[in-house]
Design a protein around this ligand. Structure first.
Ligand code: PMP
Length: 357
C-alpha cells in the first residue's frame, strides 16, 4: 500500500486563502496604523489596573462561564444571562454561530463587500457562501438578500455598520427584511461598531432580538472599548442557539485578564464613550476634508472611512505608506481608512491633497 508521507488534511482547509491582517505603520509609529479599525487610545488606568491585578494569578484557569461579565452585561442590556455567550473576540463567536447552523450543502448569506472573515468562516464549516452585492451607494441590498434566501439558507450576516464601507441599514428596511426571512434561519446582526453610530434611524439590534427568536446580536470590546489585544466579544442570542454555543465553544477560551478588563471597561463606560465621541468628530472632519479634496466617501457610521478608488487603490495605499501611514486596501475596490488621532487623520489628508484625480 502506497501512503503519502505528509498528514492528510481536509482539502477545503488546506486551500483556504491566508487571512491578511492590516499592515503596521512604517517608521515605528503606531499612531499611523489606520489599517485594522483599532481604537487609537490606550486603555484607561482603571482597566490597566484590573489587568495588572489579574496578572499575578495566571497560573489559574479563567472562569469558564465569564459570570461577572455576563452578569454586568445582562443588567446593562436587560437580557437574561442565559442569552449571553462570551468568546475570544466576536469573530470567534461569529464562527461558532456558523458552525452551529451550517455545514456542507447549507448556505450562509451576506452582503459583499463586507467583513472579510465571513467567507472564511463559511468555508471552514464546509458551507456555501452566497454573496449579495452592495447597492451602488455601498449599502446592503436587503431586498435582494431576502430574494436570495433558499431552502438551504441557514445563517444571514447583516453587518451594521458595514465593514469596510461604514454604511448602515435603518430600522424600517431591516424590519421589512426580517419579516421576509423564515423563522428557522438565524439572522446575525453584527454590531461591532454600534457605539460609533449617530444616525437615529439605525436600530439597536438588541431591541430587534427581543421580538424575534431567530435574531441574535454580535458585539465586541475591541473597537469602542479599546480591548482588541485582549480578544473578547459576545453574542446576545435566544435559546436554543445560546445553549449550543456554550456547549460547542472553546472551554476556558476567554482569559481572566480579558474578562476583568471588560468588566472594568463597562464601569468606565462614560469615559470610554467620551473618546468615542472624539473619534466620531474626527470621522466627520476626515470625511469632510476628503470630500473637499474631490473624493466621495459614503457617510460612515463606524470608526473608518471608505474610498472606492477602483484600480488606483494600490497607488493611494502606497502614497499613504510613503507618508508613514498604513491604510487597508481591498483589491481593486477601494481603501478603508481607520479614523485615528487628529495627527494621523491629518497625515491622510495631506496625502489626499497631493492626489491627482
Ligand atoms: N465584526 C466586524 C464587522 C468586524 O469588523 C470585526 C473586526 N474587524 C469583528 C466582527 C471582530 O472583532 P473582534 O473579533 O475583535 O471582536
Amino acid at each position: 500500500m502506497s501512503r503519502s508521507d505528509t498528514p492528510r488534511l481536509v482539502g477545503r482547509l488546506a486551500a483556504l486563502p491566508d487571512y491578511v491582517p492590516g499592515k503596521g505603520a512604517s517608521q515605528g509609529c503606531e499612531d499611523l496604523k489606520l489599517s485594522s479599525n483599532e481604537n487609537p487610545y490606550p486603555p484607561l488606568p482603571s482597566v490597566v489596573s484590573a489587568v495588572q491585578r489579574q496578572a499575578g494569578r495566571v497560573n489559574r484557569y479563567p472562569d469558564p462561564g465569564c459570570a461577572a461579565l455576563v452578569g454586568a452585561l445582562a443588567e446593562r442590556l436587560d437580557v437574561p444571562a442565559e442569552h449571553l455567550v462570551v468568546g475570544t473576540g466576536s469573530v470567534s463567536v461569529a464562527r461558532l454561530l456558523v458552525r452551529a447552523t451550517a455545514g456542507p450543502g447549507d448556505e450562509v448569506l451576506y452582503a459583499w463587500r463586507s467583513f472579510e472573515a465571513y467567507p472564511i468562516m463559511a468555508e471552514i464549516c464546509g458551507a456555501t457562501s452566497v454573496r449579495v452585492p452592495l447597492r451602488a451607494d455601498d449599502t446592503h441590498d436587503l431586498e435582494a438578500m431576502a430574494d436570495a434566501v433558499t431552502e438551504r439558507t441557514r445563517l444571514i450576516f447583516v453587518c451594521n455598520p458595514n465593514n469596510p464601507t461604514g454604511t448602515v441599514v435603518r430600522r424600517a428596511e431591516l424590519e421589512r427584511f426580517l419579516d421576509r426571512v423564515p423563522n428557522d434561519v438565524l439572522v446575525v446582526l453584527d454590531e461591532a461598531y454600534i457605539e460609533f453610530v449617530r444616525d437615529a434611524e439605525v436600530p439597536d439590534g438588541v431591541e430587534l432580538y427581543r421580538e424575534r427568536g431567530n435574531v441574535c446580536v454580535l458585539r465586541t470590546f475591541s473597537k469602542a472599548y479599546g480591548l482588541a489585544g485582549l480578544r473578547i466579544g459576545y453574542v446576545v442570542a435566544h435559546e436554543p442557539v445560546a445553549v449550543v454555543l456554550r456547549k460547542a465553544g472553546l472551554p476556558f477560551g476567554v482569559s481572566q485578564l480579558a474578562q476583568d478588563a471588560a468588566v472594568a471597561s463597562l464601569r468606565a463606560e462614560d469615559e470610554l464613550l467620551e473618546r468615542v465621541e472624539l473619534l466620531v468628530k474626527e470621522r466627520s472632519r476626515l470625511t469632510a476634508g476628503l470630500r473637499d479634496l474631490g473624493f466621495a466617501p459614503p457617510d460612515s457610521e463606524a470608526n473608518f472611512v471608505w474610498l472606492a478608488l477602483g484600480d488606483r487603490t494600490a497607488e493611494f495605499t502606497g502614497a499613504c505608506a510613503a507618508a508613514g501611514a498604513a491604510v487597508r486596501p481591498y483589491g481593486a475596490d477601494g481603501v478603508r481608512i481607520t479614523v485615528g488621532l487628529p495627527e494621523a487623520n491629518d497625515a491622510v489628508l495631506r496625502v489626499a491633497r497631493g492626489w491627482r484625480h
